[in-house]
Design a protein. Structure first.
Length: 102
């Protein structure tokens, strides 16, 4: 009985301490955040370099390698082109398209 009373708090403390080090699926670690920031910059640069797109109309966000495009564009062709450009960037796992027509 004494053994259990002494060990239980130690095991609980160890579990709580170790679980604090693990990343949660809803939070990014520092490395993941930096990677996502780099991907966002690469996608924005690629969109800016595409002469048929107005980069000011398209917002780019990235979470764990998944890029989300949003904003309002003038044509369906522009929306498709933005999606195509984002998918072509190395390191992008997938692209979610939330672009709407004006």
């Amino acid at each position: 009985m004494k053994f259990t009373k002494r060990i239980a708090p130690l095991l609980l403390a160890a579990f709580v301490g170790l679980s604090g080090c693990a990343s949660i699926s809803k939070q990014e670690g520092t490395g993941e955040y930096v990677d996502d920031t780099v991907l966002t910059t690469k996608v924005k640069t690629a969109i800016l370099a595409e002469p048929t797109l107005k980069s000011s109309e398209i917002n780019v966000e990235t979470y764990k390698g998944v890029v989300q495009l949003s904003g309002f564009v003038g044509s369906e062709q522009s929306a498709r082109k933005a999606l195509e450009v984002a998918r072509s960037v190395k390191g992008v796992k997938s692209v979610q398209n939330a672009i709407h027509l004006k």
